[in-house]
Design a protein around this ligand. Structure first.
Ligand code: NAD
Length: 438
């Protein structure tokens, strides 16, 4: 089967590589010539574990190629996937659909035979119908269908998620499109997961509802964590205790500095906007958005307390700035709120992150980048763990404490315990949702 993938970002590249691994013939397209040049040299423009090897294997097998020329990729393809960005539109929270619509128009002009135009990007309800109109207008004679196929992969575990999904959601309007989509995913059929075929609108809504629900779950436990701190309860025990209830489930119950990343912030904002546009405010989601912002500010207050009320002249070592481990993605990361607050208030901030430097350089002006947590801690007044990379899970706390000017730690991912910190010589330790500031 011949597939074209428009957009080679976190979703497009992973999807394209995995489809080629299924045995399909895949051409990945991007309008960014630098990305295409890197991909053609065999370099992966993003950090995603395992992607380099899988890409190399399929390029060598002749099933995977890259181009900047959309027309040549689309010509003869049975399915063309749109996997371009849908960032928040400036000013109103709506998803910016300009990239999706521009891609749809280009596809329309390039296609000549029957093709299914599949939206993989996360798009508001009604977008696929708009894509259909755009394509019809740009190429009135074209025989085509649209399909909605939202993606649920997580950065950092993207290949596994793509190959072993909890479910695949496909929204279609015709049996013919359903058959093409079934053929695309047929190689996965031997595995035990459901393919959910729906109408276009339900497929579009499933993606936003899923992300808003997950953002709500995280925000809920973060708020409970704040109350744990006031009452002396331990949020780790509380999470465990409620997660054992099968109706609640134990995932997404880790308290932390607030959610971030390329999806939850923009998708919750977009859902809130969809609600407003339909005269039905999404009250829970709107509250989640504001509580999450408060959580990040609460973290800044914690750090300020550990710096005795002033950041001015303090040296702070920050471990981890990407929005989660195993990615280089910095989009809407909590670090982008927390670090500038410290820098702006006069702190000298040293940052150590296994993959964040390249993306973070422009986003975090005024910080010093170091490649080793112990170097970061040298003569520092405060150590902050902001992203739980494996590299930061087994630090020699004694060695760290010894190097610091004042050994104080803010463990915003609850990796260590107050006991560990005290034993290692830290004079103060704070985390999220656990009594333990000593
Ligand atoms: P991204 O910004 O990493 O990549 C988008 C790519 O599309 C860029 O390389 C850009 O140059 C390219 N592009 C834009 N317009 C183009 C055009 N007309 N022709 C060719 N290339 C074009 O975005 P992403 O993180 O991969 O997200 C893509 C979509 O998938 C978004 O809607 C997002 O919400 C959704 N999504 C993302 C994730 C995730 O974890 N990142 C997970 C699920 C769904």
């Amino acid at each position: 089967m011949k597939i074209a993938m428009i957009g080679t970002g976190y979703v497009g590249l992973v999807s394209g590589v995995c489809f080629s691994d299924f045995g399909h013939d895949v051409v990945c397209v991007d309008k960014d010539p630098n990305k295409i040049a890197m991909l053609e040299r065999g370099e992966v423009p993003i950090f995603e574990p395992g992607l380099d090897r899988l890409m190399e294997k399929n390029v060598e097998a002749g099933r995977l190629s890259f181009t900047g020329d959309l027309k040549s990729a689309v010509d003869g393809a049975e399915a063309v996937f749109i996997a371009v960005g849908t960032p928040t539109r400036r000013g109103d929270g709506h998803a910016d659909l300009s990239y999706v619509m521009a891609a749809a128009e280009e596809i329309a002009q390039a296609a000549s035979d029957y093709v299914v135009i599949v939206t993989k990007s996360t798009v508001p309800v009604g977008t696929n119908r708009r894509v259909k109109q755009v394509v019809k207008k740009a190429n009135p004679g074209l025989d085509f269908d649209v399909a909605s196929n939202p993606e649920f992969l997580r950065e950092g575990a993207a290949i596994d998620d793509f190959m072993k999904p909890d479910r695949i959601v496909v929204g279609v309007q015709s049996d013919r499109a359903a058959e093409v989509m079934a053929e695309v995913y047929r190689p996965l059929y031997l595995r035990d997961f459901p393919i959910l075929t729906t109408d276009l609108e339900s497929a579009e809504m499933i993606k936003y509802a899923a992300n808003a629900f997950l953002a709500t779950k995280i925000t809920f436990i973060n708020e409970i964590a704040a109350l744990c701190e006031r009452t002396g309860a331990d949020v780790k025990k509380v999470s465990h205790g409620i997660g054992l209830d099968g109706r609640i489930g134990n995932k997404f119950l880790h308290a932390g500095p607030g959610y971030g990343g390329s999806c939850f912030p923009k998708d919750t904002r977009a859902l809130a906007r969809i609600g407003q546009e339909h005269g039905l405010p999404m009250q829970i989601t709107e509250k989640v958005i504001s509580v999450n912002e408060e959580m990040k500010r609460r973290m800044i207050d914690k750090l300020l307390d550990l710096c005795s009320g002033s950041f001015n002249g303090k040296t702070v070592a920050v471990l981890g700035v990407t929005f989660k481990p195993n990615t280089d993605d910095m989009r809407d990361a909590p670090s982008l709120t927390i670090v500038p607050a410290m820098v702006g208030a006069g702190a000298k901030v040293r940052v150590c992150d296994p993959q964040g430097h390249h993306e973070g350089e422009a986003l975090l002006p005024g910080v010093q980048w170091v490649d080793d947590p112990y170097k970061a801690a040298q003569k520092a007044d405060l150590l902050v763990i902001l992203t739980e990379w494996n590299e930061f899970r087994a630090l020699d706390l004694k060695r760290l404490a010894k190097r610091m000017q004042t050994p104080r730690m803010a463990d915003l991912r609850n990796i260590y315990s107050p006991k560990d910190a005290k034993r290692a010589g830290f004079e103060a330790y704070d985390s999220v949702g656990r009594a333990g500031f000593f």
